[in-house]
Design a protein around this ligand. Sequence first.
Ligand SMILES: Nc1ncnc2c1ncn2[C@@H]1O[C@H](COP(=O)(O)OP(=O)(O)OP(=O)(O)O)[C@@H](O)[C@H]1O
Length: 374
Amino acid sequence: MGFLIALPGPLSPPGAGRRAPYFRPGAPTGASDLRRTRKPTSCLTRPRRLATSVEHVTVIATESLSKRYPRVTALDRLTLDITPGVTGLVGANGAGKSTLIKILLGLSPATEGTARVLDMDVHTEGAAIRERVGYMPEHDCLPPDVTATEFVVHMARMSGLPGTAARERTADTLRHVGLYEERYRPMGGYSTGMKQRVKLAQALVHDPRLVLLDEPTNGLDPVGRDEMLGLIRRVHTDFGISVLVTSHLLGELERTSDHIVVIDGGKLLRSSSTREFTQHTASITVEVTDTDAHPDGTAALREALARAGLSPQSPSEANAPGAGHLLTLPLDDESVYDTVRDAAAELGLGLVRMEQSRHRIAEVFKERSGADAA
Ligand SMILES: Nc1ncnc2c1ncn2[C@@H]1O[C@H](COP(=O)(O)OP(=O)(O)OP(=O)(O)O)[C@@H](O)[C@H]1O
């Protein structure tokens, strides 16, 4: 979905140009009040609204939400309850992620069911939702001849920020996404990673309570992905803004998200905390050093453990970097820890790591589809 950066004009969806007023309901609204009360740039320079006692509050709630196009059902009776924090929405291409975001922004009507965002009805309160929600579209949609500063200032002004505040908040936001040095260059010369950062900055500049990020790691190399995922995590931890972030890669969001929702063919496959997804398995992972006496310490330990009646294995991701130095062992009881420690000590090997293994999200689904096929 690449339809929206909220530029005014015929290409903008109805209401897309309405972004957040700078002041929250109940806050002072006049320029003189602004001068009297607070410095308008402070929001991105200090933690704000960190979710504490309101963890139970629902940020997004859908009930039996469906969207049918003439030839395809994009969403099929989807019921979700998303709380504050970072939520990963994972699904293959065509699973319905962008369709869900369009409905949540009040830009596309659902065929059936209901959806509420920040306790507002997407059907009747779309404009109010867009005032309080930031949105980062999936596709490249930045004007090439415009600098990042000009663009983000424009978006901030459209959100109702006065000129000076818009410029100051733009500088803060671009600094937050790591584009401060490059902010006066036309965006046509930016790399994909820089463009993604500008899109993130414009989603944040109006101080939203929630941001919807559609495939923010699209087109990025592994380092760029890691950096973007780190930035997204900080949007919540540093500023208390809730995040719904989509990806078609199952494992990508597990370090970034508190909660993971998986959809397939518009249907909900699973929604649970990342911790539940990646719960401990009943095995431990062990890593030891090599020594002069045992140049392959891992092999020596494997033999010693086998002699002690254990069944050491190579980890399931055998091709992963460093996997050749790891052993996994079934954790039948706590004595396994002692056996490993004693074996390593007898061989004179340093014990680098001995920890209970965790599921990877991808493994959970591999196991499940294996069970389904059986
Ligand atoms: N305007 C539309 N008219 C008809 N079909 C559509 C429309 N928008 C989306 N679809 C279809 O709905 C399904 C879900 O599309 P959607 O864009 O929501 O998926 P997605 O999970 O975001 O995937 P991607 O990351 O590839 O965009 C797809 O089969 C798509 O072809």
